[in-house]
Design a protein around this ligand. Structure first.
Ligand SMILES: [Zn+2]
Length: 148
């Protein structure tokens, strides 16, 4: 008998007694940097973020971005998840002192220029004070909350 999506989700979490986090022990996203820590699950015929599926299951809708109030990317505890948009998410990270501070447009342009000259993400990141993962996202146009 096929299990429900909720059962599938709950069978893959480890309850952290200290933080209260439901840490995902199933497969993770295969991407570099921070995004690699998000849990993933096959649902509705495609791979999705586990925490997003959990959020939708519990709240009945899917916002653009599901944020972690506990700041633990692999956590899927619905009470640690909050809706947010990309901009808010970025500001939130900024407050927490991550490398996702808003870049100036000049920095963004510089990234493209340096990349086109064959510099590595790591090198460009070190020059501009951002993580290689952030530089990569800009370079590939993946980061919606890049410079504005
Ligand atoms: Zn948590």
């Amino acid at each position: 008998m096929p299990r429900t999506i909720e059962e599938r989700l709950l069978s893959k979490v480890n309850h952290n007694p200290v933080t209260g986090c439901w840490e995902w022990v199933g497969s993770k996203m295969n991407s570099p940097g921070r995004y690699g820590n998000y849990g993933r699950i096959m649902y509705e015929g495609r791979v999705q973020f586990a925490h997003r599926v959990m959020f939708r299951l519990k709240r009945g809708y899917a916002p653009d971005v599901v944020m972690h109030t506990c700041d633990n990317p692999c956590c899927v505890n619905p009470s640690h998840l909050a809706p947010g948009d990309n901009k808010k998410n970025c500001e939130d990270k900024f407050k927490k002192g991550r490398d996702n501070r808003k870049a100036t447009f000049a920095e963004y342009q510089l990234t493209w220029m340096l990349r086109s000259q064959g510099n590595s993400y790591k090198r460009v990141g070190a020059w501009l004070g951002f993580s290689p993962a952030t530089i990569r996202k800009w370079d590939l146009g993946l980061c919606k909350h890049g410079p504005r």
